[in-house]
Design a protein. Sequence first.
Length: 216
Amino acid sequence: MTSPEERPGSGGPAGDGGARPEGEAPRFTDKRRIDPETFEVRTPEEQVLADAEAVAAGAEEALAREGSGEAHRLAEERLEELQRAKADLYNVEQQYASFVKRSRADAAAAHGRGVAAVAEALVPVLDDVELARQHGDLTGPFAAIAEKLEATLGRFGIERYGAVGEPFDPAVHEALMHQHSSEVSAPTVQMVLQPGYRTAERVLRAARVAVADPEA
């Protein structure tokens, strides 16, 4: 009868199924993609944690099995592996957090560009609505429709601006007319020819105004 030492795959001298070179420390990893407790597929972070736990368990087993000198050496090796595993986990977490932050920023920017594109296309319609309102022609069902349109754009952060008496700002105003006046001490909007439209991030169209400068 073949002895256990001679049976192939037994880990004895005649088999290599469980053998390793003398003096080489055993390595412990948990390569199971399915968590044995939750039966769910492990994420990369969970896999790193599983490997770290396997390393720690291997260190405990080595301490229980080996002599004190060899056990300390193995424990130090396992501790180093555990520290590397924790560092890997930290790197994965940081990469994931960076990816999430970048994805959210990209999504917000894309949303803002989409809103601005729609609003810019509607600016001529909004001009007609405002002109009809100024002349008293915006009445009946058309007035209700115009108010709903403006309210909807307002919920997306689009606002009309430009008022008589506000300081002239070339960043948000476009001067179509210019004159001097003794009634102002700084460049001032004297008349709004067409209102401007903007979002929190950008000016969709500058307000077109008449500007009064102080007399020299």
